[in-house]
Design a protein around this ligand. Structure first.
Ligand code: CP
Length: 336
C-alpha cells in the first residue's frame, strides 16, 4: 500500500504524473475520483490553507472530509510502544489508526516537531506511527517535511515559467527572520523538490548552524547527482541573490539550538536584514518570489515584494487544492 509521506519516496514518473493530474484538476475541478470515499484529517497543529484545501478538494471529487484535533475535539493519543499510559493520552495510535481505517479511505496527518530535542523530532514519530498502524494510505499534511507544499510550489513554478523543465534555473532558498524559531519542514521540502527538478540551488542562511538536517542535505545531494542541478550553501546575501530566477523564503530555527532557544535568539535577532526586499530582488534575474504562507509582512518580506507581480505565493496557495486532489485521487485509486 502506498502512502504519501515524502516526495522523495516517489519515482520521477509518479512525481510528474501527480503534477500533470493537478494541472488537469485545475482546468476541470470536479470529478468522482473520491465518490463514496472519506478522508480523516488529523491536525495536531493549526492550519488555514491545508485544512481548507483538503476539505474542499475531497468535496470537489465527490468525497467527504472529517477533521479531528486530538487533545482538543478528539482524545489525546499515545505514540510510544510499551508505555504505561497513566499520563494525558487516553488511547494509543495502534487503536486510533486502525479504527479510523475502518471508517475512512485516507488519513491526513499534521504533526509539527515539539522543538525540544531534534534527535527525537527528526524521527517523525507521529507520521511514522500512523503509517505503521493504518490500514489505509496516509498523507503527510506537514510534519518535518511538507510534500503537499512542494507539489504546489513546483506547479506554480512550472506555470510561471511555462514549462515543466526547470533545469538550469537559479533557485535561492533564503532563510528569513521571524521572532520565533519555526519548523524546518518547508525548507527541507523546498531543498528536496528544487534539487529534484534539476535547478541550481543556493541555500542562503545566516550561519552554518542554520544549514538543514543532514538527511535533507543528503537527499538534495542525491537529487543533484541524478537531475544534473547543483547545490551551494551561502551566507552571502548579494552573491546568492545575484542572477537568481527563483527566490523562495522561509524562516526556521537552527537545529543545534533545539531546546535552548534563548541561546539562538540573539543570532536570529542579528539577522533581521535577511528580509526579502526590493533591493535584494533587484539583484536577481527578474526572479519570481514565493513563500508557503502564512507570512508576516515586513518581517519576512516587504509589502512591496508581496504586492509585486513577481510574487506567486497566492498561486502556490491555490495549487495546494489541485495537487492534494491529485494525491488523494491517486492513493484512492491505488487502494482500489
Ligand atoms: N502553507 C500551509 O501549510 O498553510 P497552513 O499552515 O495554513 O495550512
Amino acid at each position: 500500500m502506498k502512502h504519501f509521506l515524502n516526495t522523495q519516496d516517489l519515482s520521477r514518473a509518479e512525481l510528474d504524473a501527480l503534477l500533470a493530474q493537478a494541472a488537469a484538476f485545475k482546468r476541470t475541478p470536479f470529478g468522482n475520483d473520491l465518490k463514496g470515499r472519506a478522508i480523516a484529517l488529523v491536525f495536531f497543529n493549526p492550519s488555514m490553507r491545508t485544512r481548507t484545501s483538503f476539505e474542499l478538494g475531497a468535496f470537489q471529487l465527490g468525497g467527504h472530509a472529517i477533521v479531528l484535533q486530538p487533545g482538543k475535539d478528539a482524545w489525546p493519543i499515545e505514540f510510544d510502544a510499551g508505555t504505561v499510559m497513566d499520563g494525558e493520552a487516553e488511547e494509543h495510535i495502534a487503536e486510533v489508526a486502525r479504527v479510523l481505517g475502518r471508517y475512512v479511505d485516507l488519513i491526513g496527518v499534521r504533526a509539527f516537531p515539539k522543538f525540544v530535542d531534534w534527535a527525537e523530532d527528526r524521527q517523525d514519530k507521529v507520521l511514522r506511527a500512523f503509517a505503521r498502524y493504518s490500514p489505509v494510505p496516509v498523507i503527510n499534511m506537514e510534519t518535518i517535511t511538507h510534500p503537499c507544499q512542494e507539489l504546489a510550489h513546483a506547479l506554480a513554478l512550472q506555470e510561471h515559467f511555462g514549462t515543466t523543465d526547470l533545469r538550469g534555473k537559479k533557485y535561492v532558498l533564503t532563510w528569513t527572520y521571524h521572532p520565533k524559531p519555526l519548523n524546518t519542514a518547508v525548507a527541507n521540502s523546498a531543498l528536496t523538490i528544487a534539487t529534484r527538478l534539476g535547478m541550481d540551488v543556493t541555500l542562503l542562511c545566516p550561519t552554518p548552524d542554520y544549514v538543514l538536517d543532514e538527511r535533507y542535505m543528503d537527499w538534495a545531494a542525491r537529487n543533484v547527482a541524478e537531475s544534473g542541478g547543483s547545490l551551494t550553501v551561502s551566507h552571502d546575501i548579494e552573491n546568492a541573490y545575484r542572477g537568481a530566477d527563483v527566490v523562495y523564503a522561509k524562516s526556521w530555527g537552527a537545529l543545534p539550538f533545539f531546546g535552548r532557544w534563548q541561546d539562538e535568539k540573539p543570532i536570529r535577532d542579528a539577522h533581521r536584514h535577511f528580509i526579502v526586499d526590493e533591493r535584494k530582488m533587484a539583484l536577481t534575474n527578474d526572479a519570481v518570489f514565493s513563500h508557503c504562507l502564512p507570512l508576516r509582512r515586513n518581517v519576512k518580506a516587504t509589502d512591496a515584494v508581496m504586492d509585486s507581480p513577481a510574487c506567486i505565493a497566492i498561486d502556490e496557495a491555490e495549487n495546494r487544492l489541485h495537487v492534494q486532489k491529485a494525491v488523494m485521487a491517486w492513493l484512492a485509486s491505488q487502494a482500489g
